[in-house]
Ligand binder design. Structure first.
Ligand SMILES: Cc1cc2nc3c(=O)[nH]c(=O)nc-3n(C[C@H](O)[C@H](O)[C@H](O)COP(=O)(O)O)c2cc1C
Length: 320
């Protein structure tokens, strides 16, 4: 990805729950980003690697490559998992050092790796040694505070990873206070590997500001892409890609993979989850949001028949 060309690297963030396979496929139909990434695949101490790795499909977002993110605390198992994912066609493996969930951190994985830079190094190093594809690492700025920030950055770089993504909030911050972009600038000036900046980019202007303020090498966007799937095109100055047809296709592809086995209520809730982001886009949509989210729908088609006309009228009414 970082081949010395001047092209800006744009990545779709991993988002467990919201950014599932259906969403990533829908996002791939919109395009504009260089790589997608799965939500974290948890590698517990008793993991059976061959069955666990089958959850990963490299071509879900074709033609956009899709990396696999893994989360765990056992270097040998994480290395085995990385190998299994490489064999399944992964173009890159990402190590999760950011998940704030207590069920995860209680087991020494996710953001709790930020409490022990040497452990973080050990796991990343084992993964790097196990595969020939790039290994990257996605981290928060710390666990309860940023006292080990520099140590974690250096531990990550010394493991041999290809690049680092920084979401500059601590685990304690959760998603609440504004992301501290100045820490992205600090990571950039501390390390020599490429740094991907992440956190609170919701418009193309935010993206340009992050690039200018931090000098980071690329951007990763999560929630901003759910609200505005064309944000990557807007950053690339391709606003003509943002059309109602493209939005309609986004939703058609989103529902295409819904399994008949999933209860209808769950399928409607998945649609409502995406719509809950998109109906925050502007004042007119915000005014309609609660009625859309509380209404009952008989099927996905019923939801789309009632909701898409509202988006057609109000979503494109103003620029972000
Ligand atoms: C619902 C949700 C699920 C997330 N799941 C993951 C995950 O599986 N792995 C990960 O590294 N980060 C995860 N994140 C964090 C995002 O990748 C990203 O770092 C964070 O949302 C900040 O970026 P944003 O402001 O562009 O959304 C998740 C965030 C949200 C909101």
């Amino acid at each position: 990805m970082f081949n010395g060309s001047s092209c800006l690297v744009l990545l779709l963030a991993p988002m467990e729950g919201v950014g599932d396979r259906c969403f990533r496929r829908a996002m791939a139909s919109v395009g504009g980003f260089d790589q997608a990434c799965t939500e974290f695949l948890r590698v517990p101490g008793n993991a059976h690697i061959p069955s666990l790795s089958k959850h990963y499909q490299f071509d879900e977002t074709y033609p956009i490559p899709q990396a696999a993110q893994i989360m765990g605390s056992e270097p040998a198992l994480m290395a085995q998992m990385a190998q299994a994912l490489e064999a399944r066609g992964a173009p890159r493996i990402d190590l999760n050092c950011g998940c704030p969930s207590n069920t995860v951190t209680g087991k020494g994985a996710g953001s709790s790796l930020l409490k022990t830079p040497e452990r973080l190094h050990e796991i990343a190093r084992a993964m790097v040694r196990a595969v020939s594809i790039p290994v990257s690492l996605k981290m928060r700025s710390g666990f309860s505070d940023t006292s080990l920030f520099r140590e974690n950055l250096l531990a990550a770089q010394e493991s041999g990873i290809a690049f680092l993504t920084l979401h500059p909030r601590t685990k304690e911050d959760g998603y609440g206070p504004p992301a501290k972009w100045e820490l992205i600038a600090e990571a950039k000036s501390t390390l020599s590997i490429p740094i991907i900046g992440n956190g609170d980019i919701v418009t193309a202007q935010d993206a340009y500001r992050m690039l200018q303020e931090t000098r980071c090498d690329g951007l990763m966007i999560g929630r901003g892409a759910v609200t505005n799937p064309w944000i990557f095109h807007e950053i690339r100055k391709e606003p003509e890609r943002k059309t109602f047809d493209s939005l309609e296709r986004f939703y058609q592809i989103f529902i295409q993979d819904f399994s008949e086995e999933i209860p209808m209520k769950t399928r409607i809730n998945k649609l409502k989850q995406i719509a809950s982001f998109q109906f925050r886009k502007n004042e007119s949509l915000l005014a309609l949001r609660s009625s859309v989210l509380t209404a009952s729908y008989s099927s996905e088609e019923d939801f789309l028949a009632k909701t898409l006309p509202l988006l057609r009228t109000h979503y494109f009414a103003e620029s972000p």
